[in-house]
Design a binder for this molecule. Structure first.
Ligand code: OOB
Length: 570
């Protein structure tokens, strides 16, 4: 394995934080060219040099902003210099919780250049999640918006700061209140001149060497099935490969205009091919402040959007709205749908309604992403969730004892490859369960493979609810509910839902003599500071849970009960 020259004079990242690929695999992935030896910071620099005046990012909020590649590049440099001056260093973690605003890219590329790791939080996360991310990752900084959708993130930051001893800085996009304005991060004198020109920034003498391509680029969140979310360590090499290959599969080039409809930090709009895939080929990224058709459709028309990615419930809303819209959606070439299973019925509606190609995407923040291809026949596109990006994505379908099943039979999906992690960040115990000894990731998905190598998602073995693409670990919600003094026991399971695919149902056994009603319990969960999408949609009070032969709560039976009973709306 070649050692990058930039590695000298730099401390190695802390040993053991993140399991990595064995040397033989890394060598192969480099030799095949998957890992190109470039960082995200360098990718943007190259792009800005090639076409400085082309628009990179459009943020239509407020008066609207259009940043060229040169401007984004210069802004990332300036912010990187300012953050360095504030003491943010290579390898440090910085929790980034921003809505779909241009500063998301400025921040993320600044951190990429420093080699500090963004920890990608979602705007919906609240005290419980953010405090956990900040303390577990020992984050030195936290970046938020001032107010978004009526919620004041500065107040959240104040509370989190009191809990997280390592957090030295809170940067705010907009009015900073008691914190620091991101726009006001001072630029040290020696780097300031690079920022004034119109062309791409000159390669400034770095205050400190930046990251190497095989270093971690960021920590992404796992939907997970455990009490606390797991963090997914992705390297520049592996992620850049997945975004470039995704752009090729989705035929995105410099004329591509990608609309970021889902939260920008999520792996799907970030990388499939998403904003990063679009920037990697010199296209244009348009931020959509809200996913509803009234916001998205005018932007599609005005900006000539060529592709975007949505979750299945949104695909339903869009296909319905497209029938009556007066906006011209003719520029849209493809709609990527993923994050949860798209029903065949819904899939068949996409092309007639929106006049564009459907691409199903079955991906995961841990790595593996599958796409239906642009030249797949219609039946394949509507009935499968696609095939892997890479010829080197290894797929195994196994039974409960890890034995390969007969071809075409449904089983557990295990995978390993050039952009699938070999372990979560600082979670050795959990890694022993989530990965096989030879490095396959246990996805928790039940899948079968068709004769053409396409995957069909048939179900899920992990203890998770997929609420229209938003993942909820049952255990995380159960732990919060168990904190209620009236609750003796609880079990959280999915309930089928026509629109979202699944909703959450909490089955609760109360303590003897205790009284509690569903609205009070839901309020309790909300007030504990959990993201709103994790608050159970339904609460059912029961006297006992079904049990398995060995006396464990049978979630399988409870799921069946949940699916077949009539639920009062709570
Ligand atoms: C995407 O990533 P995550 O990490 O939020 O969730 C991954 C899980 C998968 O393991 C699977 O259970 C489910 O989400 N999933 C799908 C699916 N796409 C994801 N289940 C059925 N059909 C699909 N098309 O959700 C994600 C990451 C990158 C691209 C797209 C989605």
């Amino acid at each position: 394995m070649s050692v990058d020259a930039r590695d000298t004079a730099r401390p190695a990242p802390a040993e053991g934080d993140a399991p990595t690929w064995p040397a033989a695999f890394a060598e192969r992935y480099r030799a095949t060219g998957y890992w190109s030896g470039e960082t995200f910071g360098e990718m943007l620099r190259t792009r800005a040099a090639l076409h400085p005046d082309r628009i990179a990012v459009v943020d239509p909020a407020g008066t609207g902003r259009r940043w060229t590649y040169a401007e984004l590049d210069a802004r990332a440099d300036r912010l990187a210099a300012g953050l360095r001056a504030d003491g943010v260093r290579r390898g440090d973690r910085v929790v980034v919780q921003l809505p779909n605003v241009a500063e998301f890219f400025e921040t993320v590329f600044a951190l990429f250049r420093i080699g500090a790791l963004p920890v990608f939080a979602l705007p919906a996360h609240r005290d419980t999640e953010i405090s956990y991310f900040c303390t577990f990752t020992e984050a030195v900084a936290y970046v938020v918006a001032d107010v978004h959708e009526g919620y004041d993130y500065r107040e959240l930051a104040t509370r989190v700061r009191a809990q997280a001893p390592t957090l030295r800085h809170v940067y705010v996009v907009g009015d900073p209140g008691e914190h620091t304005a991101l726009a006001g991060v001072p630029v040290p004198m020696d780097t300031a001149p690079h920022m004034s020109g119109n062309g791409p920034a000159q390669d400034p003498a770095p205050a400190e060497a930046g990251p190497a391509p095989h270093d971690l680029a960021f920590l992404q969140l796992s939907g997970g099935s455990t009490g606390v979310p797991k963090l997914i360590p992705r390297t520049h090499d592996d992620y850049l490969y997945s975004v470039r290959a995704s752009a090729e599969i989705c035929a995105v080039d410099e004329h591509g205009v990608y609309l970021v409809v889902l939260p920008a930090a999520h792996n799907f709009p970030l990388s499939s091919p998403g904003s990063l895939g679009t920037l990697a080929v010199g296209g244009r990224v348009v931020l959509c402040p809200s996913p509803d058709p009234d916001t998205a459709f005018p932007l599609i028309e005005r900006e000539g959007v060529t592709l975007t990615g949505v979750v299945p419930p949104l695909a339903l809303v869009w296909t319905e709205a497209a029938r009556a819209t007066t906006y011209d959606l003719g520029s849209l070439k493809s709609l990527l749908v993923g994050g949860a299973k798209l029903s065949e019925t819904a899939a068949r509606r996409v092309r007639p309604a929106l006049g564009c190609t459907l691409q199903q995407v079955f991906g995961m923040a841990e790595g593996l992403v599958n796409y239906t291809r642009l030249d797949d026949d219609e039946e394949t596109v509507v009935t499968t969730q696609g095939r892997p990006i890479s010829p080197d994505d290894e797929i195994r379908i196994v039974d409960d004892e890890d034995r390969d099943v007969e071809p075409g039979t449904t089983g557990h999906l295990l995978t390993r490859g050039p952009y699938t992690i070999r372990g979560y960040w600082r979670a050795p115990e959990h890694n022993r369960r989530s990965f096989t000894e030879d490095g396959f990731y246990r996805t928790g998905d039940l899948v079968r493979v068709t004769g053409t190598g396409h995957l069909v998602v048939e179900g899920r073995a992990k203890d998770q609810i997929n609420r229209g693409g938003e993942k909820i670990a049952a255990e995380e919600v159960e732990n919060v509910i168990l904190g209620h003094p009236a609750v003796h026991d609880v079990s959280v399971v999915p309930v089928p839902d026509d629109f979202l695919g699944e909703r959450t149902c909490a089955y609760v056994i109360l303590r003897a003599g205790a009284a509690l009603r569903a609205p009070a319990l839901r309020r309790f969960v909300r007030e504990r500071g959990l993201a709103a999408f994790k608050v159970p949609d339904l609460v059912e009070f029961v006297d006992a849970f079904p049990h398995t032969g060995v006396g464990k709560v049978s979630k399988k039976d409870l799921r069946v009960t949940a699916a077949t009973s009539h639920h009062e709306t709570t």
